[in-house]
Write a protein that binds this ligand. Structure first.
Ligand SMILES: [Zn+2]
Ligand SMILES: [Zn+2]
Length: 148
């Protein structure tokens, strides 16, 4: 079923034309009324349609035109449900260096750095847990640092 329903995102629950309940989910944010056949979209479908027609649109253009919040749009991008079309306006930037990216949270370079930092933090945690025992451990954690 549609994963958006459990979250705080606009999803059509009744037909906007005839009021019949439970439009049928057709996929990629599209719904069809089982009574009159009227087609509706949830926030994801609305944003996706807009981006298809306006490939150069920026995040704020999309938000203004569709009424879908920047937060929701960003969420779709972060989850990689949407990908910014090549050559389009920059919709996302790396959370660290602000380089333009097409989906996710970090550029490739920063994603690598983040992964390394996380590994280093884990190693440091390990080091502090053994440092209480003092002598002879520094060499060991040094060696561990190089093993990666
Ligand atoms: Zn209907
Ligand atoms: Zn970056």
């Amino acid at each position: 079923m549609n994963p958006l329903i459990s979250r705080n995102i606009h999803v059509p629950r009744v037909c906007e034309k005839c009021g019949a309940e439970a439009p049928e989910y057709k996929g990629v944010g599209e719904y069809k009324c089982t009574e009159c056949g009227f087609v509706m979209y949830d926030d994801f479908g609305i944003v996706r349609n807009y981006l298809e027609e306006h490939r150069g649109a920026t995040q704020s253009d999309v938000s203004r035109a569709t009424g879908v919040s920047m937060e929701t749009i960003r969420q779709f991008l972060r989850e990689e449900r949407l990908e910014v079309a090549a050559g389009s306006g920059v919709m996302l930037s790396c959370e660290i260096c602000r380089a333009p990216i097409r989906s996710g949270r970090y550029c490739e370079e920063c994603a690598k750095k983040v992964a390394m930092k996380e590994a280093a933090a884990k190693a440091a945690e390990h080091k502090s847990s053994v440092s209480g025992f003092g002598l002879g451990k520094a060499g060991e954690s040094g060696a561990r640092r190089f093993r990666r």
